[in-house]
Design a protein around this ligand. Structure first.
Ligand SMILES: *Cc1c(COP(=O)(O)O)cnc(C)c1O
Length: 454
């Protein structure tokens, strides 16, 4: 046992040292080729002592770690895991709990139940909604759209769980032209196919125009219909007008799924709440924990206003649960059977922040995104989106020049931002999603970008 304590302490000490180094560390690793060599080697034929394995892992991985949990990583939409949430996740591994159901781990399921209730309260999702603790926005979109598929086909007299899609009435999926790529993959996985999508044109900032949604709904064909809305365009941060869109969709008998992987957190601050006004009217929601909520990977939530539809689509034992009065939980609401106990980290992270702390994170990230936009505009560069949330798009001239600036910033290592294509143009995308980013981090990053662009 003493060996085990030493081994776990070694891992925890190292993780803490690493976290402490984040504010000063170059954001991108210098030499990726050397890294591949560090991990290579023949398959070991014989056992190796655990201490040696962990020491070798530390040596091999350290040079190739990306400081994405740090305050100057602005790529994709990436948060940095909160301290208590990280420790809780370490315990989930140490306890090695199986969050399949309340028999395999009562504690894991109880943590999910309370964390799920807190999440619904923070996001203004109906208290009666079911919550599946899944791996990411991708999995949450799949679960939400599976529940949607179940219900719209059940309404048309078709039991898709029993009969599959062969011979089923066609399902129409109405989604914004700037939907996230994971929506298309979910539709592929669910057998609906991407050709089922009737795209709705996006307005100037990347949110769909409700008038255009009305036109697509009216264009037919009538029949099973899923409307897929978005809170937080991954490029611009723009949110669809959820209230009007939900009302329109429901008037046409459609199911409304909201992909709010990061944008749904606008609901958690009184300052940004209006951006997602009406979100409570939807039927299912996808939201990430590992982005703006700053929880460890991999954590996300699939909420469903109709728990029976959710369980009918996802449960391992749906036949017993639906209508039986059983309360679906754990693996009944996700695509996994055996699963990681994600509830501990979610419960810990929400306690660590509290309602006010979370609102402050959202507000601070939005203010820092505006600081980026103002600073880069003042430096003579073009901000290409209306900065409504935490996302900023920046142009540095023509596409080739912008790509060169993005590459130079990434190589420099002061901060990290990715490139994107929006409306046919190459742009730098800056996402401020980390709870520890400060004004000084943003100013230092603006200075580096300005210097490199020159
Ligand atoms: C990130 C994102 C997703 C996918 O989430 P993962 O956690 O990467 O699976 C889906 N939709 C939107 C809008 C996103 O920003």
């Amino acid at each position: 046992m003493e060996d085990l304590t030493h081994l776990f302490r070694l891992a925890a000490d190292h993780a803490a040292d690493y976290r402490r180094s984040l504010p000063d560390r170059p954001v991108a690793p210098p030499d990726q080729a050397a890294l591949a060599r560090a991990f290579s080697g023949p398959l070991p034929a014989t056992p190796t002592p655990p201490q040696q394995v962990v020491a070798d892992l530390l040596a091999a991985a350290e040079p190739g770690l990306v400081a994405s949990a740090g305050p100057r990583y602005f790529g994709f939409v990436v948060g940095g895991a909160l301290p208590a949430a990280t420790a809780a996740d370490m315990l989930a591994v140490g306890w090695d709990q199986l969050a399949f159901n309340a028999v395999t781990s009562p504690a894991a399921i109880a943590a999910e139940a309370t964390a799920g209730a807190w999440l619904k309260e923070l996001l203004d999702i109906p208290t009666t909604a079911s919550v599946g603790f899944v791996t990411g926005g991708q999995a949450a979109n799949t679960a939400g759209l599976a529940a949607a598929r179940h219900q719209v086909l059940a309404d048309a007299g078709w039991d898709v769980e029993r009969r599959g899609l062969i011979g089923a009435p066609p399902v129409r999926v109405i989604a914004g032209a700037e939907r996230h790529a994971t929506i298309d993959r979910s539709l592929r996985l669910l057998g609906l196919g991407v050709d089922a999508v009737r795209p709705v044109p996006a307005g100037p900032n990347g949110a769909i125009d409700p008038g255009a949604l009305r036109d697509v709904l009216r264009a037919g064909p009538v029949g099973p219909t899923i409307v897929c809305l978005q809170a937080g365009n991954v490029n611009t941060g723009a949110c669809d007008e959820l209230r009007e869109a939900c009302e329109l969709a429901h008037r046409h008998g459609a199911w409304v799924h909201v992909d709010g992987a990061f944008g749904l957190w606008a609901a958690a601050s009184p300052t940004t709440r209006h951006l997602v006004d009406g979100l409570e009217l939807a039927d299912s929601w996808a939201c990430d924990g590992h982005k703006w909520l700053n929880l460890p990977y991999d954590t996300a939530f699939a909420f469903c206003a109709r728990p029976d539809s959710h369980a009918a689509a996802m449960s391992l034992s749906a036949a017993y649960l639906v209508g039986s009065g059983g309360v679906p939980a754990g693996a009944d609401l996700t695509a996994e059977s055996s699963r990681r106990a994600r509830g501990f980290a979610v419960w810990a992270g929400l306690r660590e922040l509290g309602r006010d702390g979370l609102a402050a994170v959202v507000d601070r990230c939005c203010a820092l995104a505006r600081r980026f936009a103002d600073g880069l505009t003042a430096a003579g560069f073009e901000v290409a989106n209306e900065v409504v949330l935490n996302q900023v798009l920046v142009g540095f001239g023509d596409d080739a020049r912008t790509d060169r600036v993005v590459a130079a910033v990434q190589a420099d290592g002061t901060c990290w931002a990715g490139g994107t294509t929006w409306r046919g143009r190459r742009l730098m995308r800056i996402s401020v999603s980390n709870a520890t980013t400060t004004e000084a981090d943003v100013d230092r990053s603006i200075a580096a970008i300005t210097r490199l662009a020159a």
